[in-house]
Design a protein around this ligand. Structure first.
Ligand SMILES: Nc1ncnc2c1ncn2[C@@H]1O[C@H](COP(=O)(O)OP(=O)(O)OP(=O)(O)O)[C@@H](O)[C@H]1O
Length: 213
């Protein structure tokens, strides 16, 4: 289901009768659309609308398409949005491999096939051999890589990034950006990135939308 452009068709989101943001944009495969704006301007809310988990406090109009398919008529679990937040949100009671196995769609059967996908995903983020590790023993940067591997294994149609680099120090941050954007290109996924950091927008290299100004 990758390889589909993401189309935000006249999306407008309001809170208590006031429009927070309005966006119309086609995000191409491998492209990163960066959304910037002050705190409270509705950036995370836009990702929630795309992903299908908008809180009822908001009212929204406009459609979201993945290729020709309208997502806004589908429940969140059928939209296949891959989301990364500030926090990697790994399950602490599972090994790294367990966290990754959990994300693989059930349509992929067979223990050996699933296990091979986990190994491949870990190699792809520079963590070969980490499957048996306990997430609590990983550094912040390593956890972020596991979260990336996990979201890619879930066969998403797009990546929605809610400040996923903001807790990393400068060097890790720049490495992680490059890795995420490279994976989006090779996995043929459109990306929406929410950030406060101009350097993120620059590294993303795509269009930038400024909201709440
Ligand atoms: N569940 C909710 N019910 C009511 N208001 C909410 C709810 N969630 C967020 N808000 C409000 O909606 C507005 C937009 O919030 P949102 O989290 O989208 O902003 P943001 O631009 O992502 O901010 P930040 O940069 O601080 O993460 C804010 O004024 C926030 O207080």
């Amino acid at each position: 289901m990758a390889d589909q452009q993401l189309f935000l068709d006249g999306v407008s989101i309001a809170l208590n009768g006031r429009v927070l943001l309005a966006v119309s944009h086609r995000v191409e495969v491998g492209e990163v659309l960066t959304v910037m704006g002050p705190s409270g301007s509705g950036k995370s809310t836009l990702l929630a609308y795309i992903g299908g988990f908008l809180d009822r406090a908001f009212s929204a109009t406009g459609k979201v398409f993945s290729g020709a398919e309208e997502l806004t008529v589908l429940p969140a679990e059928e939209r296949h949005a891959g989301i990364l937040f500030q926090d990697p949100l790994l399950f602490p009671h599972m090994s790294v491999g367990g966290n990754l196995l959990f994300a693989i769609p059930p349509s992929i059967k067979g223990r050996a096939a699933r296990s091979a996908l986990v190994q491949e995903a870990l190699e792809g983020v520079g963590l070969a051999g980490a499957a048996s590790r306990d997430p609590d023993t990983l550094s912040g940067g390593q956890k972020a890589r596991v979260a990336l591997a996990r979201v890619l294994l879930s066969a998403p149609r797009m990546l929605l990034l809610d400040e996923p680099f903001s807790k990393l120090d400068a060097e890790l941050r720049s490495q992680m950006r490059e890795l995420v954007f490279a994976k989006a290109r090779t996995s043929r996924l459109p990306v929406v990135l929410v950030t406060h950091d101009e350097a993120d927008a620059e590294a993303a290299g795509g269009p930038v939308i400024r909201v709440g100004q």
